[in-house]
Design a protein around this ligand. Structure first.
Ligand code: SF4
Length: 369
């Protein structure tokens, strides 16, 4: 039997396979969650596998009939996975209001998968706006009512509180592993596996696996020879780019990735009403390109993160055609420059990607640090 970290790496290489195994071992139905920021605790409490899959490396094919090639490969990859049948039977899917691309693809998904329940939640773009918390609460409650109308089962406060506890356990387990990247005990490939599986697996199953993996690698010798970098963007990249960080001698000490720290932080408060606590968690998230957070400046937050992790530079890992990240890039890179922090921009795609250009840029950047 493979050790826990090898199990995580192998599972993360093929999220659809992993999902199908989870479906058969747990017997739970699967609700697909479109990235990002839907409170997966609601689905965990309702007995679903809340499977948030951040795209695939499948290029535009069957979805080319209704998706243009000039949208991000994350959304294309999700549709290709669904249309190919690799995700197996789905109870439905939920679309948060992440960005224009995600919002506009909900109707396309519903038309392609008419037998499942395609739902959505709208999250406020200005998170400091008056009434934002109440608005999110109302959205979550409305979704729960729609879910109940479909399944016949109520999600009780007690069940939601228990799911929140499971979610907090999973986040704590993920953070223990991610923090091992500070002294080089966690490779990029392992870090990516933590992200992929945290978002894909039921919370308890992920937490058990991650806790075992942490025990396994805790006693590794620190390896601080590689250059410490922080990666910012939505995803680390396709497997070939993830592997580049390790082979070129980069040590990812921290991240500002949508699939990474922005998914995992912060925890949910367990002291009050669980739906209100989920809404409060959303408003307390790290700054993100997909919403305006006037209480926290993203550049200042990023600079603090760089200083706290002792990263020597920042790699912007930008998915081609991701407008939200593209809009933030000039301001973020300018602020880093003003603070004397080097950065490099890698334009990546999950499907087709010319690795030569990315390799050259990353290698030259690491040599310059
Ligand atoms: S990567 Fe960017 S464009 Fe694609 S779904 Fe996420 S926010 Fe939207």
């Amino acid at each position: 039997m493979a050790d826990p970290m090898t199990t995580m790496i192998e599972a993360a290489k093929n999220p659809a396979n992993c999902l199908n195994e989870l479906r058969s071992t747990t017997g739970r139905p699967v609700m697909f969650v479109m990235p990002m920021y839907f409170p997966r605790e609601v689905l965990d409490a309702a007995g679903f596998i809340p499977a948030e899959i951040w795209g695939s490396e499948k290029p535009l094919s069957a979805s080319g009939e209704f998706l243009q090639p000039t949208i991000c490969s994350l959304v294309i990859g999700v549709f290709e996975l669904g249309l190919s049948g690799e995700l197996g039977e789905l109870a439905g899917a939920v679309f948060p209001s992440t960005c224009d691309t995600v919002q506009n693809s909900e109707g396309l998904w519903a038309s392609r998968f008419p037998d499942g329940f395609t739902g959505h939640v709208v999250l406020p773009k200005i998170t400091s706006a008056k009434g934002a918390a109440e608005f999110i609460e109302a959205q979550i409650r409305e979704y729960m009512q729609e879910l109940k109308a479909r399944t016949g089962d109520d999600v009780t406060d007690e069940a939601l509180s228990e799911a929140i506890a499971r979610g907090n356990r999973a986040r704590a387990a993920a953070r223990v592993l991610l923090d091992m990247g500070l002294d080089g005990r966690l490779s990029a490939k392992e870090r990516n596996a933590v992200f992929v599986l945290y978002n894909l697996m039921p919370f308890d199953e992920f937490a058990s696996l991650a806790e075992q993996a942490a025990e396994q690698i805790r006693s590794r010798e620190p390896d601080t020879a590689a250059e410490p970098v922080l990666v910012s963007g939505m995803v680390l990249g396709p497997q070939s780019v993830v592997d580049l960080y390790d082979s070129l001698g980069a040590r990812i000490v921290d991240d500002d990735l949508g699939i990474g720290r922005r998914s995992i932080d912060p925890d949910v408060d367990r002291s009050g009403d669980p739906v209100a606590a989920l809404a409060a968690r959303h408003l307390a998230r790290r700054p993100c390109c997909t919403f305006h957070h006037s209480g926290k400046d993203r550049a200042a937050d990023l600079i603090d993160q760089v200083k706290g992790s002792k990263a020597k530079g920042v790699v912007f890992s930008r998915l081609k055609f991701c407008d939200p990240e593209a809009f933030d890039y000039p301001y973020l890179s300018g602020a880093l420059k003003g603070a004397g922090i080097s950065s490099v921009l890698l334009e990546i795609e999950l499907g087709t990607l010319s690795l030569e250009a990315v390799t050259t840029r990353l290698q030259a950047f690491l040599e310059s640090l």
